[in-house]
Structure formats: C-alpha cells, structure tokens
Design a protein around this ligand. Structure first.
Ligand code: GLC
Length: 634
C-alpha cells in the first residue's frame, strides 16, 4: 500500500506541476493565443499565421473600396482592409454616426470570418477628415510648410486622428512626404516643401496621428498609442515629387545620391517616428516603376532601413506596372508582390487579385515566404494597434468632428501659413496691417466668398468643389466682415469693373483670387495662371484704389507682371475651412510670420527651379516672407 500511495502521491504532484506549467504558458485559458492580449505580439502573430489558409493570407493582403465590398465578402474572403477613395462616402453629407455605422457593419463582417480577424479602414485624411461633411479642414501641406512649425503640425495630426476616430475609422493615407521639385505637378500642394529638411521636420504630424513612442519604446517599430490615435501612411515612396516637368505618375530621373538626399530623408525620419505603413508611388525612378522596384522596396526600405510596418500599393497601382494598365494582370501581381508590396489597394475587383495571387503561389512563381512576410507585417500592425481588442468604432469620439477647438487650431494654422510678399510701394509706408475702422472697403475676387475654393482638392469630393454649401466653415470674406468695426461698410463684388471701383470712395480693397480646386493629374499645369478672370480683377481694382492681393493657390502661380500694380501681396495657399485666419493677420491681430516653402518663379520657362540651383533667379526666393507686428487691438 505504501508504494501505491507513494506512486499516487507522485502522480498527483506531477499533474499539479503540469497544470501549473500549462496555465502559466496560457494565462487566459480557453482562448486561442492570438486572441489573448496578454501574449506578446510576436507570439500572437506566430499563432495566427499557423492557423491561416493560403486564401486567408491572400485575403489579408487585399484592400477594397467600400463601394465594391459587402460584409459577406469581408467574412468569406477574410479581407484585410477596406478604404474610402477620394469622395467615396456612405451618402452625401453623411454625419459621423453614419460613417461609424457603415464601418461597424463592415467590421462585423470581418469578425464573423473563420478566424475573426478584424479589418482596418483607410481614408485620405490629408488635411483633416476631409471626405466628411462638417469636419475641420486644415490648410493643405504647402501652407503648413510655410509655418515652419513642427509642433503645430503635430497638434494638427492629433486633431485629425480624433476626427477620423469620430467616424469609426482607424487608418489615414497621410502624411504625403513628397518633395515637390516642380510646381507644374498637380500634387504640389500635398508636399510641405521643395526642401527635404522642411519635409523632414513636418513628419512630426506622424507623432500626432499615431502618438509619441514612449521613452524606452523601440524606435523604428510601427507604433500606435491609444484608441484616440490612428495608423498613418508615409507616401508616395519614393521620388513622386521629382517627376519630369511635374507630370503626375511619370518618371523621376535622378541619380542615387540625388534620390537619397532629396526624396528619401522624409522616410528616414518617418521610420524613426514609428510610421506603420508606407505607400508606393505610381511614378518611376529612372524608368523603373516604383510598384515593381524590388531594390528600393525590399532591399533598401525593408532590409537596409529596417522598416517593420507594411508596404501598401496605391489605388490599382500594380495594374499601372504595365501600359496600358491591367494589360497583363498576372505579370503585374507577380512583379508587385515580388517587389515587396504587402497589401494591395486592389480597389475594386478582389476576386481577380485573390485568384491571380493564389495561382502564382500554387504554381511556385511566388514563394510562400513572400506571402508570410507580407501577412506577418500586416498582423504585426493589427496586433500592435490593439485592433483585436478594440475593433469597433467608439462613439465617445463623435463630438470631436468639426469641434470648435479643432477649428481654432485650424485658424491658428491659417494665420501662421500666410506669407507676406509685398507690403507697400517702394518708399511708401507699409499697407499692412489694414485699419479696422475704415469707413468703406471693397472685397473683390473669385476666391473671397467661396469655401470650396479656399479648401482646394481632396475636400468632400476627390477634386474638391465650389461654393459655401460644400461643408461648414468661414470664408475669407466672412472673416473680414467679423474683423472690421461695426460701422465699417464692407462692399463685396466678385468681379468689379474699374468704373464701379472708381465710383465708390473705398479706403482700400482686398482682392482674393487664385486657382480652382484640383487633385492629382487634373492639377498638372504648364502655364500656372490664375483662374479667370483673376488678372482682370487685379487690374480693375488695383488701378483705382489701394489694394491688397491675396492669392489662394496650391503653389506659386504666374503673377510677376501684376506685382507692380499691387500695393501688397499675400500668399494664402489653400487655407481650408477657417478663412477667418486670413483676416486675423490682415488687420493686425497677429503678425505675418510665414516663410515661402517653395521658390516663387518669374516665368514658367525657368522651371524646374529650386533653392540651391545654379542660375537661381526667382521673383521671391525660398524662405522669403516679410513680417509685421501685431497691433495689439484685439
Ligand atoms: C490616389 C492617390 C493616393 C491615395 C489613394 C487612395 O490615387 O494617389 O494618394 O491615398 O489613391 O485614395
């Protein structure tokens, strides 16, 4: 009996030890390791990967626009991500709750898949949550570059993250860290500057969007710090802003040193700041499509710079590897995935992509190791951001959309983005700041009373729009009306003739002209002229009364022949929804502080012309900007 009892005692002791060990390895018993938040990310990734089928892995590499997907498709194909392309909204003037309901319905589809892997939802929140009606619209990047204020830009990132979360979305295709080297490029306003050091400084927006890596945190690892933050995306890798003659999606001809010193610095900084995703450019480098560039994506970005997040294509970007796009889709998928793209913004036809890639793997054209690299990167980001624990939109953020606090921040950004290029004729006294107590003033121009024009492209719709019903905000005219004294008469005339101007005894005139909204290739230009009848308005007004010209544009435009006519000249870029920031500085509540982020040319024949170039002969040089002191009258 003694032996038996000893044996049973030993067995009991062993079983207790085994149970203890088993429990320690799986603190939360009963759930799969990948669903256990107490497990380290690498363990969760490994556990999930070993459970996934090839179709589920390929599904996670697929991103589809909301217009081409249903919750059932997300469930059945284990799709990794959904997006809203420019202007892809649930319905016109949808509110934050409408967006959140839509996103949550898609997420429920994903969560009902076999492994319940939640999806991420991406959107172009480039200057605020700009697809969404009544969101705060911040100045476009060219204006933020003029502020030279990385802390301001970080605060804008944090506000943008809150307004994106207010719609239930957790991923923004921002910041664009292009270094635009030719203002004829239709995307130049998405670039902070022609100078890579200014672009590098403005990557501070990533810390606002994703959160700051805590002390001791591993720099260079993808990072997201909290439910009020969102994944960011540095784009478009690499050299998008250097295309020949600014032709969008074209060829960037530059040697290795030039690419590294001009177009790469923003990516060095973005990776250090924990950028989670990087989007590949449509453009080519020395004739090689970036979407097919294994050296720059895999050898350099992943293996040399040690980027640990995931690489995403642009919209149907792999289709454009061939000319015409989609001419040989199998080749496109093979080259794009083989180059190192991890998630494909397929955009519309998920089955074609999934079937094509699955066949390439089954035919041993693309190795499983490439698929596993892509899916591990995607899963690492999804686990790191807490997506499995918090997959659904959080209604506590609904009130953040278009909040007064964010509008005040946008107004501050407008003030700091304005660049004063001329202030008075020769020896005459300065024109600015303007008197608030003038008896009668004229406000003229196509852009004075047009919220859509002052927001520019990527606002509510892809190309932007015209008028004051596009979204909520304050026009430049509206800001002027609030700034002047109550008994100052403000006369608005969009396109006055000289007789009209001369028939009134105006103390001075403010003329607001510029470019019409555009996005991407639609903005490519060879002449960079003001929208009609901008030049005539300047002549008619400035030949009859003291005038301040405010230019609302995404880039320097052709004004050299007109400058002599003007008494003062202000570059306002694309200020966004809070146009009152312009009046704040025109009337001296705040001083002018902005500096040109781009060279302002004399004629387009000089282009491309950037600071540091030989034969540099601009109208206004990079870094130029006159200053004024606040008057102290608030
Ligand atoms: C566009 C742009 C890219 C954007 C994407 C999704 O074509 O090139 O910047 O993020 O598609 O809208």
């Amino acid at each position: 009996m003694a032996n038996l009892s000893f044996l049973s005692m030993g067995m009991i002791f062993f079983l207790c030890c085994f149970a203890a060990v088993a429990t320690a390895a799986r603190p939360n018993q009963g759930i799969s390791k990948y669903k256990d938040p107490s497990q380290p990310v690498h363990a969760r990734v490994r556990d999930l990967m070993r459970r996934m089928t090839l179709q589920e892995k390929v599904g996670q590499m697929t991103q589809i626009d909301r217009s081409a997907v249903t919750p059932e498709i997300l469930r059945d194909y284990s799709i990794g991500s959904v997006l809203s392309g420019g202007g892809s909204v649930p319905f016109p003037q949808a509110k934050g709750q409408d967006w959140m309901d839509m996103v949550n319905s898609y997420q429920n589809g994903s969560l009902s898949s076999r492994l319940g892997i939640p999806m991420i939802y991406g959107i172009d929140a480039l200057h605020g949550q700009n697809n969404v009606y009544q969101a705060t619209i911040f100045p476009h990047n060219v204006g933020l570059g003029a502020t030279r204020d990385p802390d301001l830009v970080k605060r804008i990132g944090a506000a943008t993250a809150l307004e994106v979360r207010a719609t239930g979305i957790n991923y923004a295709f921002a910041p664009c860290i292009a270094v635009c080297r030719d203002p004829r490029w239709g995307r130049c306003y998405e670039s902070y500057s022609e100078d890579p050091s200014v672009v590098q400084a403005m990557t501070s927006i990533i810390l606002g969007l994703q959160g700051e890596i805590p002390a001791g945190g591993r720099k260079g690892e993808p990072y997201l710090g909290g439910k009020d933050k969102i994944l960011a995306c540095a784009k478009h890798y690499v050299g998008d802003g250097g295309t020949t003659r600014g032709i969008n999606e074209n060829n960037t001809v530059i040697d290795w040193h030039g690419l590294l010193s001009i177009h790469m610095p923003g990516y060095y900084k973005a990776i250090i700041e924990g950028i989670s995703t990087i989007m590949v450019s449509y453009s080519s480098w020395n004739g090689v499509k970036m979407h097919a560039n294994r050296f720059l994506i895999t050898d350099f970005l992943k293996n040399t710079l040690k980027f640990k997040g995931f690489v995403i294509s642009d919209w149907a970007g792999i289709d454009k590897i061939t000319t015409p796009p989609g001419a040989n889709y199998t080749y496109s998928v093979q080259m794009g995935i083989g180059a190192g793209i991890d998630m494909v913004m397929v955009a519309l036809n998920h089955t074609l992509f999934i079937d094509t890639l699955t066949k390439l793997v089954n035919d041993n054209v693309i190795p499983m190791s490439r698929i596993d690299d892509a899916v591990e990167r995607i899963m690492r980001v999804k686990f790191m951001m807490g997506l499995f624990e918090n997959p659904m939109g959080d209604q506590t953020y609904l009130s953040q959309l278009g909040s007064q606090e964010h509008r005040d921040l946008a107004r501050e950004a407008v003030r700091k983005s304005l660049v004063l290029l001329k202030n008075g004729q020769n020896a005459d006294p300065p024109v600015l700041p303007l008197a608030k107590n003038a008896s009668k003033i004229l406000v003229a121009g196509t852009h004075a009373n047009n919220l859509g024009y002052q927001c520019g492209g990527w606002t509510i719709t892809w190309q932007g729009g015209s008028g004051n019903n596009l979204t909520s905000g304050t026009t430049i005219l509206g800001g002027i009306g609030k700034a002047v004294d109550l008994d100052t008469e403000v006369v608005f005339s969009e396109n006055p003739d000289a007789d009209f101007v001369q028939s009134h005894n105006f103390s001075y005139a403010i003329v607001v002209v510029g470019e019409l909204p555009y996005a991407e290739t639609a903005g490519d230009s060879t002449n960079l002229t003001l929208a009609e009848p901008g030049e005539d308005i300047i002549y008619n007004v400035c030949s009859s009364v003291k005038c301040v010209v405010v230019v609302v544009s995404g880039r320097p435009v052709m004004i050299e022949p007109l400058v002599a006519q003007m008494d003062a000249l202000v570059a306002a870029w694309l200020p966004g929804s809070q146009g009152e920031g312009v009046a704040d500085v025109l009337f001296g509540d705040y001083g002018f502080t902005g500096k040109l982020p781009r060279t302002w040319f004399k004629t387009v024949d000089q282009l491309p012309m950037n600071v540091g170039d030989p034969h540099y002969d601009p109208l206004f040089p990079f870094g130029f900007g006159l200053t004024t002191e606040p008057t102290g009258e608030q």
